[in-house]
Design a protein around this ligand. Structure first.
Ligand code: RIB
Ligand code: CA
Length: 308
């Protein structure tokens, strides 16, 4: 199978970091377009540069939007990813430089240069929303859009019960993207929880891996500690699951195709992904909701990314 060409929009972020390692191990990467989300844009851009240094690739880094489209976010994810977004390990200034080209322009240019690429959204959808508003023909040049986001039965991970972080950070952007792309793969938070690794197997990969494993073990400590405090079972890496689906669509063993919309106004529900499970309203189904993947193949991709 030929390697897919991925354009990755990301808010690194420790799980973004593992996803980016996976992408460079199994695919061709056209670029990293960077969003604000887990932490501020200054940190997420620097973290993307650090990751490009780590993988030793010439992957371009394109800074994106520093804030959501309309309302400032209620929260960030410093408590999970650390103040700097990579576990506050304190890495030196990266050698890789960021491009002068804005992420939104880069998304449009690269989609024209590489029609048929796969767009992987691992953070808030601000950059993608602006790109598709600037050029509504963007979806025609994107073979697949894979989004890590949402909570399809309302079991989210933010201060709004039904909202997942990426969607909740910029609900208006998610609404624009969900309406503009006629079909996308949705890897939601609930699927992520169903596909956790055991502590034992993950620690085995970290021990057997190379410098990438040593890097990830360091940056992942804050998130692991937080997840344990939250009583979450196993090793949870949301963006890694979305990246596995983006790299190889055949890893999906069960999915449901439905119409998914985004709540933008609810006092208790802003950022919720609302699924028409019984197709009652008759809107065209826009999302292939990933329900199950082949866990062994998912683990194999993670192991490869860690050099284990
Ligand atoms: O809800 C999990 C998502 O929010 C992941 O993409 C994580 O990196 C954060 O951006
Ligand atoms: Ca992310």
């Amino acid at each position: 199978m030929s390697k897919p060409l991925l354009l990755i929009d990301t808010d690194p972020g420790v799980d973004d970091a593992l996803a980016i390692l996976m992408a460079h191990a199994k695919a061709d990467v056209a670029g990293l377009t960077v969003a604000a989300g887990n932490v501020g844009l200054g940190h997420t851009v620097r973290n993307a540069r650090t990751l490009v240094d780590l993988v030793g690739a010439a992957t371009p880094v394109f800074p994106g939007c520093p804030t959501p489209l309309v309302r400032m976010p209620d929260e960030d994810a410093v408590h999970v990813h650390g103040v700097d977004g990579l576990g506050d390990v304190g890495f030196p200034e990266p050698r890789a430089q960021a491009s002068d080209e804005h992420a939104v322009q880069a998304i449009l240019r690269l989609s024209r240069e590489h029609p048929g690429l796969t767009l992987v959204a691992l953070g808030p959808l601000t950059n993608l929303a602006l790109a598709v508003r600037l050029d509504p023909s963007l979806p025609q040049r994107v073979a697949r859009l894979v989004i890590m986001g949402g909570a399809v039965t309302g079991q989210g991970n933010t201060g709004k019960i039904p909202a997942e972080f990426n969607i909740g950070f910029d609900p208006e952007a998610a609404h624009v993207v969900f309406e503009a792309f006629p079909a996308f793969d949705l890897v939601d938070w609930e699927a992520v929880l169903r596909h956790a690794f055991t502590e034992e197997e993950f620690d085995g990969w970290l021990a057997a891996g190379d410098r990438r494993a040593r890097f990830f073990e360091q940056v992942f400590r804050t998130a692991r500690t937080f997840n344990l405090k939250r009583g979450r079972r196993g090793v949870i890496v949301a963006d890694a699951l979305a990246m596995a689906v983006a790299i190889d669509a055949s890893i999906v063993t069960r999915s449901e195709t439905r119409h998914v919309a985004v709540e933008m106004d609810g006092r208790l529900t802003r950022g919720a992904t609302v699924v028409d499970w019984s197709a009652r309203l008759g809107h065209p189904a826009n999302a292939r909701i990933v329900m199950e993947v082949d866990q062994a193949r998912f683990g194999a991709m993670v192991r490869l990314a860690l050099g284990a």
